[in-house]
Design a protein around this ligand. Structure first.
Ligand code: NAD
Ligand code: DAU
Length: 334
């Protein structure tokens, strides 16, 4: 089987390529990645794939790659601008990559009659109140809050329209917050881990009470494989591992794992429009495809992640200072 993996030099895509090398070693992977600031050469340098540098919104490069694809081959579309804070500061690139990029992927999949799996986010459903048992399902109405989530919601709508109107062979998945190795240090968990490793204080937006539903990146990617192989065409599957925790709770665990006082944290300027809580009901995926997460102990998953950042300083150190300088432009300690 041949796979085109877009965004394969980013966090989830590069872990997908590595997982595929372990569990489906006969798959031939071509990564297409624009190598934006979010990519890391080291994430694909020793990965089992060919790598092409290019924009998903460029139909020419898509035609070149897909010319050799047959009816059993597929595209797994991870490429995106993925960070909410960046989308608030400058939304234009999110419209280009996430909306126009997905449009060009859809048109290329249609021209070459290639099956597509579109990777999306639970943020398209907006947020949930704190302290209630509600969770998102495949039937929850779309209600995105940020320019990032609105651009992903737009992309999902395009995919659904191409399925219905053109009969495109495609599936979608909407996953909750991922953690694990090779996540950019702008994101919450790697930012706090690398700050703690460097002796600094973790930074919590607002009250720190916002809740995210954490899943290990390998569990997300294992679910993507289940959907690719056995998912029903045209369907959407929610992916989540019952990993709800407040940001304050996550920081407390990280401090303890780094032998630091959990009360030594800074509360800083809140994110505008900050979603309060996400939670996934993954019943459809579990029942229909028999998927279940392997990393069910969040504390031990976080411990492994801390260890990875300790052992791979050369992977993140070159960009850490610039990321913190950018945050310093907008953050004030409350
Ligand atoms: P990431 O920012 O780590 O990686 C994105 C990759 O896409 C980077 O390698 C980047 O260079 C590449 N890219 C950006 N613009 C491109 C373009 N125009 N053409 C080609 N490549 C381009 O993101 P991630 O966290 O790995 O997320 C991957 C996908 O999963 C995204 O679609 C995101 O919306 C979705 N998702 C992420 C999470 C999460 O918790 N991180 C959860 C659910 C869904
Ligand atoms: O839910 C899935 C989404 O999860 C994905 O679609 C996005 O691509 C991914 O970035 C992530 O979005 P979030 O906005 O939830 O992730 P982020 O890591 O930016 O922040 C997680 C939470 O932590 C959020 O409530 C904001 C908060 N936060 C973040 C940073 C960077 C802090 O309190 N302090 C911080 O320094």
């Amino acid at each position: 089987m041949r796979l085109l993996v877009t965004g394969g030099a980013g966090f989830i895509g590069s872990n997908f390529v590595r997982l595929t090398g372990r569990v489906r070693p006969d798959t031939h992977i071509t990564v297409l990645d624009a190598f934006t600031y979010a990519a890391n050469e080291a994430s694909v340098a020793d990965a089992p794939c060919d790598v092409i540098r290019g924009d998903v919104a460029d139909p020419g490069v898509l035609d070149e790659i897909l010319a050799g694809f047959g009816p059993d081959d597929a595209i797994v579309h991870f490429a995106a601008e993925s960070h909410n804070d960046n989308s608030i500061a400058s939304p234009g690139q999110f419209v280009h990559t996430n909306i126009t990029g997905t449009f060009e992927i859809l048109e290329a999949a249609r021209r070459h009659d290639v099956r597509l799996h579109h990777v999306s986010t639970d943020e398209v459903y907006g947020d949930l109140p704190l302290g209630t048992p509600e969770a998102f399902t495949e039937d929850t109405a779309y209600r995105p809050s940020s320019p990032y989530s609105a651009s992903k919601a737009s992309a999902d709508m395009l995919v659904r329209a191409w399925i219905r109107t053109y009969g495109l062979r495609a599936t979608l998945s909407n996953c909750s917050n991922n953690y694990g190795p090779r996540q950019h240090v702008e994101k919450f968990i790697p930012r706090q881990i690398t700050t703690l490793i460097d002796g600094g204080r973790p930074r919590l937006y607002g009250s720190g009470e916002n809740v995210r539903d954490w899943i290990h990146v390998d569990d997300h990617n294992a679910a993507v494989w289940e959907i690719l192989e056995r998912g029903r065409m045209g369907e959407t599957y929610l992916i989540g591992a019952d990993g709800q925790a407040s940001n304050r709770e996550i920081v407390r665990e990280l401090c303890l794992l780094c032998d630091r006082d959990p009360d030594e944290v800074d509360f800083v300027t809140d994110r505008p429009g900050h979603d309060r809580r996400y939670a996934i009901d993954a019943t459809k995926l579990r029942r229909e495809l028999g998927w279940a997460p392997e990393h069910t102990d969040l504390r031990s998953g976080l411990a492994d992640t801390v260890e990875w950042y300790r052992e791979n300083r050369e992977w993140w150190e070159p960009v850490k200072a610039a990321v913190e300088a950018k945050y310093a432009e907008v953050e004030e300690v409350l």
